[in-house]
Design a protein around this ligand. Structure first.
Ligand SMILES: [Zn+2]
Length: 305
């Protein structure tokens, strides 16, 4: 059995959002309530979370933006994105969790990991938070991986929304490949198939937009086809997964119709395509708590295989 790490921290519950907001602490408590009695957490290594340092965050984010995030005071960054008293602390820990997972992979303690974090990250751009996201956890992890010796980093993003922030961070970079499947047209509006990177990064961004109503057949065709081919050609040294479960048919924030078995096959395809290199999953979306919890369990089962 593969050694798998699981990373979470109570501080992730301290990122508060207004009443009725879909990105609530309930998302994480539902995951733990399901996984603990099921015995899955007995099969993984619990890895402690070290908050990301300013230097680690600044590899992706502008200093002025980080300064603004660190200022005390509850406020909205945009109509969807709220900053509560301890959100900055939670955001640093969320990015730090992915980095801690990479450290544990590098030391040989584990081979793969799942980071159950919030706030999510993939909409956060270098100079701007948006779409429930403050710090781009996957992007920070990718830069941290490179400084740890993993030169070529593959980021795969199966959240139903396009990861505009992640794409933006690496658009002209040929050392980080960004692969995304997402509903399109949909929030945030980016992610057309014609967005393929720029300069030396041309060809190192792949967007697979999916029409509303698409289900397992369409999504799995993308993973079995384009994703496998891209991973084989890119030959990554490690893989960061933006694991968003709002692509599920039970999730009301979007209109893809992926099933539990579809999620299982996506994760299995990623793990198989990245055999032999670390795979670190970082939680993004997923707003139907019972389904989110079930799908995180499915993901752990596949990482453990
Ligand atoms: Zn999403």
């Amino acid at each position: 059995m593969t050694r798998v790490g699981f990373l979470t921290d109570p501080v992730f519950l301290e990122h508060r959002t207004p009443p009725g907001h879909p990105e609530s602490p309930r998302r994480l408590t539902s995951i733990l309530e399901r996984l603990e009695p099921g015995g899955l957490l007995d099969r993984v290594a619990r890895i402690p979370v070290a908050p990301a340092t300013r230097e680690t965050l600044a590899a992706v984010h502008d200093g002025a933006y980080l300064d603004a995030l660190s200022l005390a005071g509850e406020r909205y960054l945009d109509p969807d994105t709220y900053l509560s008293a301890r959100s900055w602390e939670a955001a640093r820990a969320a990015a730090g969790a992915a980095c801690s997972a990479l450290d544990a992979c590098r030391s040989g303690e584990i081979a793969r990991a799942f980071c159950a974090v919030r706030p999510p990250g993939h909409h956060a751009e270098p100079g701007r938070g948006m779409g429930f996201c403050l710090v781009n956890n996957a992007a920070v992890a990718a830069r941290y991986a490179q400084r740890s010796g993993y030169a070529r980093v593959l980021i795969v993003d199966f959240d139903v929304h396009h990861g505009n922030g992640t794409q933006d961070a690496f658009y002209d970079d040929d050392s980080v490949f960004y692969f995304s499947t997402h509903e399109y047209p949909h929030y945030p509006g980016t992610g057309a198939s014609t967005e393929r990177g720029a300069g030396k990064g041309l060809g190192f961004t792949r967007n697979v937009p999916l029409l509303p109503g698409s289900g397992d057949a369409e999504v799995l065709a993308a993973y079995r086809g384009a994703f496998r081919a891209d991973a084989a050609a890119f030959r990554p040294d490690c893989c960061i997964v933006s694991a968003g479960y709002d692509l599920h048919q039970d999730d009301s924030l979007a209109d893809l119709e992926v099933s539990d078995e579809g999620v299982r096959t996506i994760v299995r395809t990623i793990v198989e395509a990245c055999a032999g290199v670390p795979v670190v999953c970082v939680l993004e979306g997923g707003y139907h708590p019972p389904t989110l919890a079930r799908c995180v369990g499915i993901t752990l089962e596949e990482l453990l295989r």
